[in-house]
Design a protein around this ligand. Structure first.
Ligand code: PHE
Length: 342
């Protein structure tokens, strides 16, 4: 009996080594340690042995059963692990693939230019003030000294709404009226940035929508020399310390006198080239002394106060600075254009 058990154990262990899958393992279990397995039968047979042989045989049979049961469990665990490993390997993601780089956005060139402008005027004490894009005829035109019949309305034609008198502002100049009415009788030093709209043919140089930055200073004893000083400082910080600024007489209904400001050409420094159309100068903005009527409309007595105002287009400035040939690029939504200005 004892020999028989030793042999059984050796045989079972050997066979277990050969078991390679869970189905074969189950068969092995039934053969040896299952309800009718060989070890189980041997245990049952112990009762039929002569009494003096029973204790030794019983002890060994139990030992064999325990050994085989733990061997079974170990093999089962190993096979399950192997099956799991194989499964994982089959559905595995190859983590060695290079990742897709997240695309990081950049600020729009208009925004970048606006911020450059804010920074320069902030140094000179100008605060940024916001004004509405949907204006009324009164503020966009009439309070700026442009009555209904005035021919200047031609160049400031815009988009009208179904509400009588409500329109999209053609310039940031109506912000002058809001600023004055808000701050009277304080001195004012503000810039008013924002979008403007014009009803006109879209070309290389003009868009339906664009930005402007209005500047306004109101106080006592403000002169055109202050205006020229502020704008010269701006032009030099924006376009280079060696820049020259010149005023050309011009006309705006809301300033008197009015001027257009040019800088010497940033490409040829005044010598004449295609960029400046051989004039040596590049126009950068319109400006002037706030018209007495406009001061009065803002609540300021023109006999006591004076002021200057200017209006510039950041897209136009960026076109000059970066030699952009078509203003339509700004709002076409083509990232290939925008990515050139990270
Ligand atoms: N509002 C004028 C324009 O749109 C520019 C300007 C602003 C001129 C302020 C003088 C003073 O062209």
């Amino acid at each position: 009996m004892l020999e028989e058990l030793h042999r059984l154990r050796a045989q079972a262990e050997e066979e277990l080594q050969a078991v390679e899958d869970l189905a074969a393992l189950d068969a092995w279990r039934r053969t040896y340690v299952g309800k009718n397995g060989l070890v189980t039968q041997a245990l049952r047979g112990i009762g039929k042995l002569p009494p003096d042989q029973r204790p030794a045989a019983g002890q060994l049979a139990n030992e064999v059963r325990q050994t085989l049961e733990s061997a079974f469990e170990a093999r089962q665990a190993a096979l399950q692990q192997r099956a799991l490993d194989e499964d994982l390997a089959k559905g595995a993601i190859d983590v060695r693939l290079p990742g897709r780089p997240p695309s990081v956005g950049t600020l729009h060139l208009s925004t970048q230019t606006l911020r450059e402008i804010y920074a320069i005027f902030a140094q000179m004490g100008f605060q940024v003030l916001r004004s509405r894009e949907v204006e009324d005829d009164t503020t966009n035109f009439q309070l700026l000294n442009i009555p209904p019949h005035h021919p200047a309305r031609d160049m400031w034609s815009t988009f009208y709404t179904t509400t009588p008198g409500a329109l999209l502002r053609t310039h940031t100049s109506p912000g002058q009226i809001h600023a004055m009415r808000k701050h009277y009788p304080e001195p004012i030093r503000v810039i008013l940035p924002g979008k403007c709209y014009r009803y006109e043919q879209v070309t290389l140089r003009s868009e339906h929508m664009f930005h402007q930055v209005e500047g306004l200073a109101v106080g006592r004893n403000i002169t055109m020399a202050d205006l020229k000083g502020v704008l010269t400082n701006f032009a030099r910080q924006m376009f280079g310390a060696e820049r020259k600024l010149r005023f050309r007489p011009s006309y705006f209904p809301f300033t008197e006198p009015s001027a257009e400001a040019d800088i010497d050409c940033i490409l040829c420094a005044g010598a004449g080239c295609p960029m400046c159309k051989y004039t040596g100068w590049l126009e950068i903005l319109g400006a002037g002394m706030v018209h007495p009527t406009v001061l009065r409309n803002g609540g300021y007595d023109p006999d006591v106060y004076s002021g200057f105002a200017f209006g510039m287009g950041p897209e136009r400035l960026a076109i000059l600075k970066h030699r952009i040939t078509d203003i339509r690029n700004f709002f076409s939504g083509d990232v290939r254009f925008l990515q050139q200005f990270p």
